[in-house]
Ligand binder design. Structure first.
Ligand SMILES: Cc1cc2nc3c(=O)[nH]c(=O)nc-3n(C[C@H](O)[C@H](O)[C@H](O)COP(=O)(O)O)c2cc1C
Length: 375
């Protein structure tokens, strides 16, 4: 067993992941499409030594969607911009396999990985079938989504190994730019995709981007057991998460992989105060923005900083929280967590005080993936 410290991730979702959060006076009403807002949050998370920024996504919208989804940035574009104002924090984008094209996604995430000097991650989700209509795939249905995702991942992983690590020589004197014997074609033909390769970009300092996945079904677990390194899960039920983690790690071992190489990342929206009373006041403040009769589901991480830190330690030690992923329902949510909870986690010795690496893989203490073509 590797004794990893707790890892932290922050989801930046502009005006928030709710219907009414945008009404708070401290949230710019256009935060979801305001680059300065994203830059400020990214720097705030990096100063607090978070391991990754994480962006969720949506692929089809209608008038009933949360305000954030109605007008927002595309993930790779915004993370490329954020890579220029950060140095150590990871940059993880969500792109649904159900809608995208594997060669393009492999290229985009690998480019982000090189632009950021080894900090890219990809959250590969199926998303729900609604988006098929936006991507000329109405001939497919829900039952196609996981078989298609499996093919998609095999292709992207294969393309990321197109060049062995020492393929590029770039010797001006001899005129040798690269070694063609270290360039590999994929020549993949499946039911959904056919891709020859190779991909026209070399590997990054972290070998290849870190693959996250989010979902809950048995079909999800089977694909994740083969391809995922980080699993995003809802953080609202400890007992459920415990059972889910045991079952998923069993499937990972059945694939011949070490369960240590898969990190469980529940997402939470903590509301923290110096005292429990202060935290409850913040909760009421958000609820006052909602129409009468509406209430927020009670956050798992609600209360005084000490109480919240203890709960986090409990989840971490129980093996169901390798990474705590937080979003902010309360406008000062990141700030409160960073000022009040992070120092307690550091005091307990479960969260780092300084970055020990500056790749995402290094931050997460995941192994370096050797190129599959290496002899
Ligand atoms: C924790 C979590 C996060 C998710 N994030 C997204 C997202 O950002 N965008 C999206 O379109 N779907 C998202 N989904 C939906 C999944 O992609 C998938 O459609 C859903 O979980 C149903 O599949 P399943 O039954 O295999 O879990 C998320 C699901 C979970 C459980």
């Amino acid at each position: 067993m590797i004794e990893r410290k707790l890892k932290l991730g922050g989801i930046i979702d502009g005006v928030g992941w709710s219907y009414f959060g945008w009404r708070h006076p401290d949230i710019p009403a256009n935060a979801s499409e305001k680059i300065d807002f994203y830059v400020e949050k990214a720097i705030q998370l990096e100063n607090a030594k978070f391991d990754t920024i994480f962006l969720a996504d949506v692929s089809h919208i209608g008038p009933g969607m949360i305000p954030h989804y109605l007008s927002m940035f595309e993930g790779i574009s915004i993370l490329s911009a954020l890579s220029m104002v950060t140095h150590s924090i990871g940059l993880t984008a969500t792109i649904a396999t159900s809608y995208a094209d594997p060669f393009t996604v492999a290229r985009q995430i690998a480019s982000l990985d090189k632009i950021s000097n080894g900090r890219a991650g990809w959250n590969a989700i199926t998303s729900n079938p609604g988006g098929l209509a936006n991507y000329s795939r109405t001939h497919l249905s829900k039952s196609d989504l996981y078989p298609l995702k499996e093919e998609f991942l095999v292709i992207v992983e294969g393309l990321w190994d197109s060049y062995e690590d020492d393929a590029f020589i770039r010797d001006k004197k001899s005129g040798v730019f690269f070694d063609p014997s270290k360039m590999h074609s994929l020549n993949y033909t499946g039911n959904y995709f056919s891709v020859d390769g190779p991909l026209n970009i070399s590997r990054s300092r972290q070998g290849r981007p870190v693959i996250s996945q989010a979902g809950t079904s048995s079909a999800f677990m089977d694909v994740a057991a083969r391809h995922a390194e980080v699993i995003m899960v809802p953080g609202d039920n400890f007992d459920y998460l415990k059972g889910f983690t045991v079952e998923l790690k069993r499937r990972v071992e059945n694939q011949g992989r070490s369960p240590n190489d898969l990190l469980i990342m529940p997402s939470h929206s903590p509301i923290v105060g110096k005292t429990e009373k202060e935290a409850l006041e913040k909760l009421r403040e958000i609820e006052s923005l909602m129409p009468i009769g509406h209430r927020l589901p009670r956050p798992q991480l609600l209360g005084s900083a000490e109480h919240v830190a203890e709960k986090i330690e409990h989840w971490y030690r129980a093996g169901v929280m390798d990474i705590l992923l937080i979003r902010q329902d309360y406008p000062a949510g990141f700030e409160d967590f960073i000022k009040l909870v992070v120092p307690i986690l550091q005091e307990k010795g479960i969260f780092k005080k300084e970055y020990e690496a500056n790749t995402l893989r290094g931050n997460l203490e995941l192994p370096y993936p050797e190129n599959s073509y290496k002899e």
